[in-house]
Design a protein around this ligand. Structure first.
Ligand code: NDP
Ligand code: ISN
Length: 304
């Protein structure tokens, strides 16, 4: 079970296996329209987020980068590009060596003029086949290790929705050179993914939690509501604190300005995050396997 207190705050960064440091609180931009993305990313940064999570799939990479650039321009001398972490992801249909290089060129054409480089590119999911997955990793390894060879500087590379089998396949490949820095997974009390997490700990790969609020789907779970009522604490605060207490890098999304502030403020300005021990115990559901994203079909068990 996770501890009920952990020394993390709004400014905490986690050191990755390549030495790069990633802010533990991330703002996810899935489903934000391109039109609203610039302003919402700007607002998230204004409220104190220093980590933006987008993807080719989301169709708002350019606008996410524009939001970052606008914030940096308005805060010159106070916030530097290096203070902000920008993640994007290669979609499944772009798997394969050549396809991935072309996909990175496209990402470059959208974001480079605004933010110069990306901090992290993830393989969005394992959903292609072995040859294509490894081709994608070969391309990303090359681009990360030798930025002059490609159109975009990529500081770190990682995976998302990979199960143990997909990671073992990567480690066993004779071209394997760069270990993923993170595995981004759906993680919340109803989907704790302990087997994958144990593997990640063993290999020093950080766990990023997406859909920590169950994409909004389970916020009226009777047990969660009861805990919130009994302990006089907001249900969203419970779920986000639970996630930080597990040691995750936590990615939450909201399209509402007041909720951006609310979600970040579950972390203290300095000090530690805490949750009543009874709540942590009640939400410890090691055998639960409820998938809310990916149309209910867990991508970590994908076979091909
Ligand atoms: N790698 C992958 O395969 C995936 C990655 N992700 C990443 O993770 C991010 C977060 O996950 P996501 O799936 O968006 O879901 P979240 O778990 O973050 O939930 C988002 C939902 O919760 C609502 N919400 C947010 N804050 C509050 C609040 N304070 N009170 C009440 N409701 C709230 C939002 O509504 P509203 O907007 O109206 O506030 C929205 O409906 C994504 O944006 C994306 O970056 C997500 C899924 C898959
Ligand atoms: O944020 C996301 N939400 C999703 C839903 C289905 C498949 C991928 C994703 C994302 O990356």
């Amino acid at each position: 079970m996770a501890p009920s207190t952990l020394k993390v705050d709004r400014h905490t960064k986690r050191k990755l296996n390549n030495g790069q440091e990633i802010p533990i609180a991330g703002y996810g931009v899935y489903t934000l329209t391109p039109k609203e993305t610039v302003d919402l990313v700007y607002e998230a940064l204004k409220q104190g987020y220093r980590h933006i999570d987008t993807a080719v799939l989301y169709g708002n990479e350019r606008e996410s980068a524009q939001g970052v650039a606008k914030f940096l321009k308005d805060n010159q001398g106070k916030v530097k590009r290096e203070d902000i972490w920008f993640t994007t992801k290669i979609w499944n249909s772009d798997h394969g060596y050549n396809e991935t290089k072309t996909a990175v060129d496209k990402i470059a054409s959208k974001v480079k003029e605004h933010i110069g480089y990306v901090d992290l590119i993830l393989v969005h999911s394992p959903k292609s086949n072995k040859e294509k997955r490894l081709g994608t990793w070969k391309a990303l390894q090359e681009l990360q290790q030798d930025p002059k060879n490609g159109s975009l500087e990529i500081r770190s590379i990682g995976v998302s929705n990979f199960g143990v089998k997909h990671l073992e396949e990567l480690f066993a490949w004779d071209g394997f050179k760069v270990k993923p820095v993170v595995n981004q997974l759906e993680l919340h009390p109803w989907l704790p993914h302990h087997k994958i997490r144990d593997f990640l700990v063993k290999h020093d790969i950080a766990a990023e939690a997406y859909s920590p609020l169950t994409q909004g789907e389970n916020l009226d779970d009777p047990e969660l509501l009861q805990l919130a009522e009994k302990h006089k604490i907001n249900k969203v605060e419970i779920l986000l604190k639970w996630s930080f207490l597990q040691g995750f890098i936590v990615l939450a999304k909201t399209a509402k300005v007041e909720r951006i502030k609310q979600n970040l403020e579950v972390l203290p300005e300095s000090g530690s995050v805490s949750l009543d021990e009874d709540i942590v115990k009640a939400l410890d559901k090691p055998d639960s396997h409820q998938v809310f994203t990916w149309f209910g079909s867990d991508p970590t068990v994908y076979v091909n």
